[in-house]
Design a protein around this ligand. Structure first.
Ligand code: T1G
Length: 690
C-alpha cells in the first residue's frame, strides 16, 4: 500500500515491509518522516502484522537528515517525532541497511529494535564535517552499544565503518546476503517473532557506559591522545559534553542536552559555511547548456608530456584510476628522475599502509616512459606539463597537432596562460582545453577545467567525467589570466607584499591568516613552494623583498631560510635578518612604516580577492559564486568553516565589503575600486550565493 509519494507498506506474511523511496539518498525529508510515522501507525493497527522491516529502495539506506531543510523554519513532524513513533512501537522493528546509513539515518536505525545490513553497507556519523554533532540520539545511543571510547573516535572523526565492523562492535545483529537484503530481513523478523521475548531497546542498555560513569579522566585522556585536527575542531568540545552525558545522565536528560547543543551548532556560521561547501562541491558538476546526457568520450589511455613535479603528479592520478599513461620527457635523465619519483611516492604510500605492494606494482606497470613525442599518436588524451612559457607551449601543441590521433583531447596544464592562444597553434581548437592541476597534483582535489572559446562541449563533458573518475573536484572555468584561483590569488599576493613594506612583518600577516582559519599563512606557503619559482640570478633586479631573499640564497624551506628561518625540523621562526632587510628596504624606498592592524591585514588580503571574484562572475569566467568558493576551499586552503571567499563575503555583508574597499581606495588607489557587480548586489542588499 502506498503511504505517500516516498513511502510504502507491503505485507509479506506476518511481516510489514516499510519501504522508503526518496531519491537521491533517502534523506529524512518531511515526506519521509511523515511516511514513516503513518506507515508505523498502519502496522501497529493491523493485528495481522507481527513485526516491521524498515528498508530503502535505490542506492542507499537513509543517508541522513535532509540538509536542504537546515536553516529553514522547522517542519512538523520533525526527526524526533519520527523517532518517537519508532520508540513507541509495540511490535519489533528491524532496520535493513544497504548503502550508507549516515547521520540521522544511522540514528533512525538505532531507534529500531534490531539492525541487519548487507556486507557492502556502511555506517557513520559525518556530522562533524558539517560543523554539527549527531543531533537525534547518536551521542547517547552509540555509546550504549559500543562504549565511550569507540564512540569518541567514531563521532569526532566522522569516519564511516563497514558492516563487518558494525557486526563486531554490536551495532548490527546480522549480515545479510549482498543481494537478498529484503528476503533476509523478512526472515530475520519472522525469527524474532517466533522467538518472542521482550522488545530490545538501546535506551535500556547501560552496561557499556556505566564503566565510564564518574570518570571524567577517560574522556580527558581520549582528547589528549586524539590527533591535532580533532583536538582543534570546535565540535569536539560538544562531543565531549554529549558523551559525558551519555556516561552520567539518564538517557532522556542526555538526549535533551544533545538536542540543545545540536541546535546551537546548526545555527552557527561555521556549520552554515560547511553545509554551503558540501552543496557547492556538488553543484560544480552542473554545467548550464551541457545536458547530463552529452556523450563523454572514452578515455582509455593518457599521454603526459613532462615528467617533472607536475607531470609526475598528474600521471599518478590516472595510474591510480587504472588508466595506462605514456609519459614523455626530452632526455633520459629527466625521464628516469620522473619515473623514479612516481615509484618512490607509491613506495612511501605502501610503507604508510595506505596501499598494497601489489597495487603499487600494478600502477607502475601501467606507466610507459618515452623520449618520443610520436609515441603519443594513439592515446585518447594528452596533457602537457612543460615549462610555463607560451612559446614553448605553442611549439608543443603545434607538434601534437601533427602527432595526435583525430579526436584526441589536447590539454594544457598551464596555470594562467591563454588557452585560446595555445589552441590557435593547432588545427583542432575544438579538441583543446585546460586541465589545471594543483601541486601536488596527485594529492590536491581541485582541478580547474579551462574551456576555450572553441572547445567542443563533448570534450567539456569528457573532462568533467574524467575529473570525477580520477577523484578530483572539477570546476569549469573560462579563459583569462589565472582563470579563477590564481587570478584572485594575485590580489592577495600584491597586498601581502605591500603590507610588509608599509608596517607589518610576514609573521604578522601569517598570524592573521592562521587566526582566520587558513592552515598556513601566505608567507609560509611561499617559503614552502619556494621563493625562486620563475626567478633567476641572471635576470634578478633586486627590486622586491622576494628577489633579494633569493639573491641571498634564502629561497624558502628547501634552503632552510626564506621569509622565515627554519630549524633542522623545518620549524619556522621569525627572522631578524628578514626584519632588518624589510626595514632597510622600506627606508631606502622612502616608505614611512606605520602600525597596521590585524583587521587591515585581513581586509586587504581578502576583500580584493572577493572583488576579483565579482569581476570573474561578471565576465562569466566562473559559472556561479559557489564554484569560486569550491576553488578556494579545495585549491588554496581557504577555511571550509568560512565557506569560501564569496560565502564569507555574504556573511560579512556586501555593503560592508564595498564600504571598506572604498575606504582603502581613497587611501591606496584603484586596486580597491569595487566591481560593478559587487556594488549592484550591495545596493540591492543581495548576496553572491543567492
Ligand atoms: N540531505 C540532502 N541532500 C543530500 C544529502 C543530505 N543529507 N546527502 C546527499 N544529498 C544529495 C547531494 O546534494 C546530491 O544532490 C545527491 O544527494 C547525491 O549526493 C540529525 C543532523 C550519502 C555518501 O552528512 O555523504 O543527519 O547534486 O553526490 O557521491 O544527526 O551524499 O544530485 O542534486 O554526495 O553517491 C548527515 C551527506 C546529515 C551525509 C552519497 N549525513 N551525504 O555520496 O552522492 S546531518 C551526511 C554524503 C544529520 C542528524 C544530522 C553523500 C553520500 P544532487 P552525492 P554520492
Amino acid at each position: 500500500m502506498e503511504i505517500n509519494e516516498v513511502t510504502s507498506l507491503t505485507r509479506e506474511g506476518d511481516i510489514a515491509v516499510l519501504a522508503i523511496d526518496s531519491p537521491p539518498v533517502n534523506a529524512l525529508s518531511l515526506a519521509v518522516r511523515k511516511g514513516i510515522i503513518d506507515a508505523l501507525k498502519h502496522a501497529q493497527d493491523d493485528a495481522a502484522v507481527k513485526a516491521v522491516v524498515l528498508l530503502c529502495e535505490g542506492r542507499t539506506f537513509i543517508a541522513g537528515a535532509d540538509i536542504t531543510e537546515f536553516g529553514a523554519a522547522p517542519a512538523s513532524p520533525n526527526l524526533y517525532d519520527m523517532q518517537d513513533a519508532l520508540l513507541a512501537a509495540t511490535k519489533p522493528v528491524v532496520a535493513a541497511v544497504h548503502g550508507s546509513a549516515l547521520g540521522g539515518g544511522f540514528e533512525t536505525a538505532l531507534t529500531c529494535h534490531y539492525r541487519i545490513a548487507s556486507p557492502s553497507a556502511s555506517f557513520g556519523f559525518p556530522e562533524v564535517h558539517l560543523g554539527l554533532i549527531p543531533g537525534a540520539g547518536g551521542t547517547q545511543r552509540l555509546p550504549r552499544l559500543v562504549g565511550i571510547e569507540k564512540s569518541f573516535q567514531l563521532i569526532t572523526s566522522g569516519a564511516p565503518f563497514n558492516a563487518k565492523q558494525a557486526l563486531e562492535m554490536g551495532v548490527i545483529d546480522e549480515l545479510t546476503g549482498e543481494n537478498s537484503l529484503r528476503a533476509d530481513a523478512v526472515a530475520f523478523a519472522n525469527k524474532i517473532v517466533q522467538d518472542g521475548g521482550p522488545l530490545r531497546k538501546i535506551d535500556d542498555i547501560d552496561d557499556k557506559v556505566v564503566s565510564a560513569r564518574g570518570k571524567p579522566e577517560i574522556l580527558e585522556t581520549l582528547l589528549k591522545d586524539a590527533d591535532r585536527k580533532i583536538r582543534a575542531a570546535y565540535t569536539t568540545d560538544y562531543v565531549m559534553r554529549a558523551l559525558d552525558a551519555a556516561a552520567n545522565l539518564p538517557v532522556a536528560e542526555g538526549l535533551a542536552l544533545e538536542h540543545q547543543m545540536f541546535f546551537e551548532l546548526m545555527t552557527s556560521e561555521q556549520s552554515a559555511a560547511l553545509r554551503h561547501v558540501f552543496f557547492a562541491e556538488r553543484q560544480v558538476w552542473k554545467v548550464p547548456g551541457l545536458s547530463a546526457d552529452t556523450p563523454a568520450r572514452a578515455i582509455g589511455t593518457v599521454g603526459v608530456i613532462g615528467a617533472g613535479t607536475m607531470g609526475g603528479g598528474i600521471a599518478m592520478n590516472f595510474l591510480n584510476a587504472g588508466i595506462p599513461v605514456k609519459i614523455v620527457e626530452t632526455n633520459q635523465p629527466a625521464l628516469d628522475r620522473g619515473v623514479e619519483t612516481i615509484r618512490r611516492n607509491y613506495e612511501n604510500t605502501v610503507k604508510k599502509g595506505r596501499l598494497s605492494q601489489e597495487k603499487a606494482e600494478a600502477r607502475m606497470a601501467l606507466l610507459s616512459p618515452s623520449l618520443q613525442l610520436e609515441d603519443l599518436g594513439d592515446v585518447d588524451l594528452i596533457i602537457e606539463a612543460v615549462f610555463e612559457n607560451m612559446d614553448i607551449k605553442k611549439e608543443v601543441f603545434g607538434k601534437l597537432d601533427a602527432i595526435a590521433k583525430p579526436g584526441a583531447i589536447l590539454a594544457t596544464n598551464t596555470s594562467f596562460l591563454d588557452v585560446d592562444e595555445i589552441a590557435a597553434a593547432t588545427s583542432r581548437p575544438q579538441d583543446v582545453l585546460g586541465l589545471h592541476f594543483f601541486s601536488p597534483a596527485n594529492v590536491m582535489k581541485l582541478l580547474e577545467i579551462v574551456r576555450g572559446k572553441e572547445t567542443d562541449p563533448a570534450n567539456v563533458a569528457t573532462a568533467m567525467a574524467l575529473a570525477k573518475r580520477i577523484g578530483k573536484i572539477g570546476v569549469l572555468v573560462g579563459v583569462c589570466f589565472g582563470f579563477v584561483g590564481n587570478r584572485m590569488l594575485a590580489q592577495q599576493l600584491r597586498e601581502m607584499k605591500g603590507l610588509i613594506l608599509e608596517g607589518a612583518m610576514p609573521w604578522d600577516v601569517d598570524r592573521v591568516h592562521l587566526e582566520f582559519g587558513f592552515a598556513m599563512g601566505p608567507f609560509s606557503v611561499a617559503d614552502l613552494a619556494g621563493l625562486d619559482l620563475g626567478w633567476s640570478r641572471e635576470t634578478s633586479t633586486g627590486s622586491t623583498i622576494q628577489e633579494i631573499l633569493c639573491e641571498m640564497d634564502r629561497r624558502g624551506q628547501k634552503t632552510g631560510a626564506g621569509y622565515y628561518d627554519y630549524d633542522e625540523n623545518r620549524r619556522p621562526q621569525p627572522s631578524p635578518v628578514v626584519e632588518e632587510l624589510i626595514l632597510d628596504f622600506a627606508a631606502k624606498n622612502g616608505i614611512a612604516r606605520r602600525t597596521i592592524s590585524d583587521e587591515e591585514i585581513l581586509e586587504r588580503c581578502v576583500y580584493p580577492m572577493i572583488n576579483e571574484g565579482a569581476k570573474i562572475l561578471e565576465e562569466g569566467i566562473a559559472i556561479r559564486a559557489s564554484d569560486i568558493d569550491v576553488v578556494w576551499a579545495n585549491g588554496y586552503g581557504f577555511p571550509r568553516s568560512r565557506g569560501g571567499p564569496m560565502h564569507y563575503a555574504d556573511t560579512v555583508g556586501l555593503d560592508h565589503i564595498v564600504a571598506r574597499l572604498e575606504s582603502y581606495q581613497a587611501k591606496l588607489g584603484e586596486d580597491f575600486q569595487p566591481a560593478p557587480l559587487l556594488k549592484k548586489l550591495a545596493t540591492q542588499s543581495k548576496a553572491f550565493n543567492a
